[in-house]
Design a protein around this ligand. Structure first.
Ligand SMILES: C[S@@+](CC[C@H](N)C(=O)[O-])C[C@H]1O[C@@H](n2cnc3c(N)ncnc32)[C@H](O)[C@@H]1O
Length: 225
């Protein structure tokens, strides 16, 4: 659970350098995670997709190539972040808070949220809202950071997360504090079976987890029915 005002300011501050920082900090692996997510979305053949917390539109860009013919809408509560998406010539954007989405019940076949749920004011509140706007046959795709469980990799990753990542991100964006927060949020965010339990408690019928890159990130695919 996060403070919405702080999160908004944090993303406004890093918007113009967010994509560069992402690629440097993840050594480009984030691109592969989004590609995998987009492939999984395409397998469900959705006609309408909401990419929530769309930010700079990186996932939307990948979804556009994978889900040809689908109507894709990006939503985010940070206008500066969405300006970055517009620079990629993506204009199907709406300013909206994930905690209170301006859509009717059952509006979308698929809802994707990449590195966004972790930053929302209430994780269960946001998930219930996501489920509400999905059609009964719809699917939710949550891509986010998680903590590796392997004994050697976990402490090494935690060290990187706490000591190295905020410093490098600070050099790139000039906003070290924002990244100290973003990195610390990864530790607090539920993952694996905890995230599955959370998703199921918010009314989804089933959920499957795929751990990516030793569990540094995870993709959760949940079905409404
Ligand atoms: C780390 S960025 C992720 C951007 C993009 N999805 C990606 O894959 O890179 C997180 C985004 O979540 C947005 N966000 C955080 N809380 C939100 C909320 N309550 N409603 C809508 N967007 C939110 C932020 O503004 C930011 O653009």
């Amino acid at each position: 659970m996060q403070d919405a005002g702080f999160v908004k300011n944090a993303f406004a501050g890093i918007a113009s350098r967010y994509v560069l920082a992402n690629h440097v900090l993840s050594l480009g692996i984030d691109v592969l995670w989004r590609q995998l997510t987009a492939r999984k979305v395409a397998e469900k053949q959705p006609r309408t997709i909401l990419d929530l917390a769309t930010g700079s539109g990186d996932l939307v860009e990948t979804l556009q190539s994978a889900c040809i013919g689908a109507q894709i809408l990006g939503a985010d509560f940070s206008v500066p972040m969405m300006r970055e998406a517009q620079k990629k010539a993506f204009n199907q954007l709406i300013a909206a808070d994930g905690m209170n989405l301006p859509f009717h019940d059952g509006s979308f076949d698929a809802l994707t949220v990449a590195f966004g749920l972790r930053n929302m004011a209430s994780w269960p509140g946001a998930l219930v809202e996501m489920r509400r706007v999905l059609k009964p046959q719809g699917f939710l795709f949550v891509l986010d950071f998680s903590l590796p469980s392997l004994p050697v990799i976990r402490p090494a990753y935690l060290f990187y997360l706490k000591n190295i990542m905020p410093r490098i991100a600070g050099w790139i964006t000039g906003q070290r504090k924002a990244y100290e927060y973003l990195c610390s949020s990864v530790e607090r965010f539920p993952s694996g079976s905890d995230m599955e339990a959370l998703i199921l408690s918010c009314g989804f019928k089933s959920v499957k987890t795929r751990h990516l890159s030793f569990g540094i990130a995870s993709l959760y695919v949940a079905s409404v029915e």
